[in-house]
Design a protein around this ligand. Structure first.
Ligand SMILES: [Zn+2]
Ligand SMILES: [Zn+2]
Ligand SMILES: [Zn+2]
Length: 303
């Protein structure tokens, strides 16, 4: 339910993070500029306003990506599409790391606000608005845009940033799976409220947004249920994932890449009992990172 590299092209790469733009974004860009044209005496300002929006969304996504890198997570791609930007971040599965990766996005909007206000007051004090009323409208639009993006993103509707922040906070008392169950539950209620709003305002655009949110919320709810099942399984305390420190479950939950049959690599020293192939890297069911069997061995690592 999120855009991928498919149907998008790479715009540029900064600090190892590739920025992609989805093709559908261009139609929305043309539409967005055209509805802004009547607001200004010169259409160039409408284009400038839209480019500013593009830049603000991009900076927000970079906030997520760079914060995620900072806490040791993976983030190498940002895709801009009509419903905004998506930063593909995989923070380490810890509440603090997740909280920082998510909060850094809206924090960019918070930091930008005094910058935009400063520009607005400086231009006003210099008397620039009398000479160019379009500049006044442009700077006012920047402030409204930044505040709107901030407020919208902070709604506690999973997977919006607000919903993910709520989830990270609930992670401390409830644990990884139950916090996601709770946040997606609240997200459903919020998503349905947005559907109601779309009907009330007769807005197709808000309807599409609500559908997108609900579909993603549902997907995460399923993920939370699977996580919950995983949490209930008996574990092997003698092994620990070198990335998230979770012990692997006891059972045949790994698939042999050579013969396709399931086996338990922790019972067989990573050797498939069906075809004798050896698993080079054993993926962690909890965090998805694959590491050598040796690095999973708690006794070797702690020694
Ligand atoms: Zn965000
Ligand atoms: Zn095999
Ligand atoms: Zn792990």
């Amino acid at each position: 339910m999120t855009p991928t590299r498919q149907g998008s092209f790479r715009l540029f790469k900064f600090k190892g993070i590739a920025v992609h733009v989805h093709w559908s974004w261009f139609f929305v860009a043309i539409y967005s500029v055209s509805i802004r044209v009547p607001n200004y005496a010169s259409p160039a300002w409408a284009l400038a306003e839209y480019l500013a929006l593009f830049l603000v969304v991009l900076l927000h996504e970079f906030g997520h990506a760079l914060a995620c890198r900072q806490v040791g997570g993976a983030a190498d791609q940002i895709v801009l599409w009509p419903l905004g930007g998506v930063a593909y971040v995989a923070p380490p599965p810890r509440p603090g790391a997740t909280l920082w990766s998510i909060t850094a996005g809206p924090l960019v909007n918070v930091v930008l606000l005094p910058v935009f206000y400063g520009l607005f007051y400086a231009a006003g004090a210099a008397g620039a608005f009398e000479q160019n009323p379009d500049l006044f409208r442009f700077l006012r639009a920047l402030i409204i845009m930044d505040v709107s993006l901030l407020v919208f993103n902070l709604l506690p509707i999973y997977p919006l940033d607000g919903g993910q922040i709520l989830r990270s906070l609930l992670w401390y008392p409830l644990g990884r799976a139950r916090s996601l169950l709770a946040a997606t539950g609240i997200g459903f209620v919020g998503g349905l409220a947005i559907v109601g709003l779309a009907v009330w305002w007769r807005s197709v655009w808000i309807g599409i947004m609500a559908f997108y949110l609900l579909a993603n919320c549902w997907q995460s709810f399923q993920q939370a249920k699977a996580m919950r099942q995983l949490e209930k399984l008996p574990r092997r305390p003698e092994f620990k994932c070198p990335v998230c420190h979770a012990s692997p479950p006891v059972g045949r939950y790994w698939r042999c890449p050579a013969c396709g049959q399931n086996f338990d690599p922790f019972a067989t020293a990573a050797q498939c009992p069906h075809c004798q192939a050896t698993l080079d890297l054993t993926p962690c069911p909890d965090c998805g990172n694959a590491r050598t069997q040796r690095s999973w061995d708690a006794s070797i690592r702690d020694a």
